[in-house]
Design a binder for this molecule. Structure first.
Ligand code: PMP
Length: 423
């Protein structure tokens, strides 16, 4: 049966971010089920999910409380629209999100992915500035090397040439600042503060950019400058949110409150696609008026606020409380740091970057195509661990609920693979 599936996959499925010629010449690993931190393939082989199924899984796979919440919702209704209608789970989730989000955020706009969460933030920020009488504020500030998603708006904020250069003519230009240079921020805002609708950034660490850490105080300074120049601060916590950096949201660590917060990935504990963009009341107010004034936000996707996904997200937030997920994460973050020290000392490792449960191990490599990362990750599969690199950066992002022993396995296999795949 799995040979038949493999043939059909190669024949019909176009995989994302995947060089397809190489894929079609290879044997696909086909996942059939999962439990806890492990994925199980069609041959019954078990693999540790070292990247949380692309940075989404929080409480482990097949977490009973989440699965049960989805089933219970399914007994009521699978989907109804939020266009001109309300639904029970989307209301309850909005209230819960606002309760745990940084102070000042009061409005939740749902969508379905990280990209759409950012797209919504962009369009609202742009329209907000026009409707409050500041149409000259039409541009966006971002961090160099940023990744905010794959839709045209979110790609316009991006700066990863390999992914983005092809589409340049389709994009609007964003203004970029060096994410490592606190000193450059003042001059950037001095030059551009008056034309910015918003400054958009991932707080503390840029994930897909290669796990790039910002210097302490960077986020706080951006907030101060946004205030001084009357610019909206949009934080993309699609990757950093829901405990990834050790606090529920990364911005808490610098005591920063954004005007707009983009959430996706871990929001449902990693079970169903859902995103939310949170706004302050002041932003929402600018969209009020009589219908003929056309101040409405004319945007929304068909499956926006899907009830099953919202039910999963409510269950996930409940688990954070009931299981004290963040408290129990802290010793595992320390364990991870201890084990990473040994890897950082290796001659074939350029740098190890860690913030909570987000880790990037940048490899030394003589390979001009930057494929050592791919080869190390392929090697790790032989010992039952699934991870995915970003170029020559091996990313470790296990589920927050991973056990101490499983974490040891992840680090043991990583160290072994580095030995096996020389620079
Ligand atoms: N923003 C950030 C910070 C991300 O890491 C990602 C995805 N890796 C996105 C946006 C896009 O999310 P999605 O893939 O769900 O569209």
């Amino acid at each position: 049966m799995s040979q038949r599936l493999a043939d059909l996959d190669r024949k019909h499925v176009w995989h994302p971010f995947t060089p397809m010629a190489e894929w079609m010449a290879s044997e696909p690993l086909i996942i059939e089920r999962a439990e806890g931190s492990y994925l199980v393939d069609t041959e019954g082989r078990r693999y540790l999910d070292g990247v949380s199924s692309l940075w989404v899984n929080v409480h482990g796979h097949r977490k009973a409380a989440i699965d049960e919440a989805i089933r219970e919702q399914l007994e009521r209704v699978a989907h109804t629209t939020l266009l001109g209608l309300a639904s029970v789970p989307s209301i309850e989730l909005a209230a819960r999100l606002i309760a745990v989000a940084p102070e000042g955020l009061t409005r939740v706009f749902y969508s379905d992915s990280g990209s759409t969460a950012v797209e919504v933030a962009l369009k609202v920020a742009y329209q907000y500035q026009r409707q409050r009488g500041a149409p000259e504020r039409s541009r966006f500030g971002t961090l160099a090397g940023a990744y905010h998603g794959d839709t045209i708006g979110s790609v316009s904020l991006g700066g990863m040439d390999l992914f983005h250069a092809t589409y340049r003519a389709l994009l609007f230009e964003s203004l970029k600042v060096d994410p490592q240079d606190l000193g450059a921020l003042d001059a950037f805002f001095e030059a551009h503060g008056g034309e910015l609708a918003a400054f958009v950034m991932e707080p503390l660490v840029q994930g897909a950019a290669g796990m790039i850490l910002q210097p302490p105080g960077f986020l706080r300074r951006v907030r101060e400058l946004c205030d001084a120049h009357d610019v909206l601060l949009v934080l993309d916590e699609v990757a950093t949110g829901f405990g990834r950096t050790g606090t529920l949201f990364a911005c808490e660590q610098e005591g920063v409150r954004p005007d707009v917060l983009c959430l996706a990935k871990g929001i449902t504990g990693g079970t169903l696609p859902l995103a939310a963009t949170l706004f302050t009341e002041a932003i929402h107010d600018a969209f009020l008026g009589a219908p003929e004034e056309a101040r409405t936000f004319f945007h929304g996707h068909t499956y926006t606020g899907n009830p099953l996904a919202c039910a999963a997200a409510i269950a996930s937030l409940r688990l954070f409380e009931e299981e004290r997920t963040l408290e129990r994460l802290q010793p595992k973050i320390a364990q991870l740091s201890r084990r990473l020290e040994a890897l950082a000392a290796r001659a074939d490792v350029v740098e190890v970057r860690q913030r909570g449960f987000m880790v990037g191990i940048e490899l030394e490599s003589s390979d001009p195509l930057r494929r050592r990362g791919v080869r190390v990750c392929a090697k790790m599969r032989e010992r039952g661990v699934i991870v995915r690199p970003l170029g020559d950066v091996v990313v470790l992002m296990p589920p927050l609920a991973i056990s101490g022993e499983e974490l040891e396995q992840l680090l043991d296999v990583t160290a072994w693979a580095l030995e096996e795949v020389p620079a």
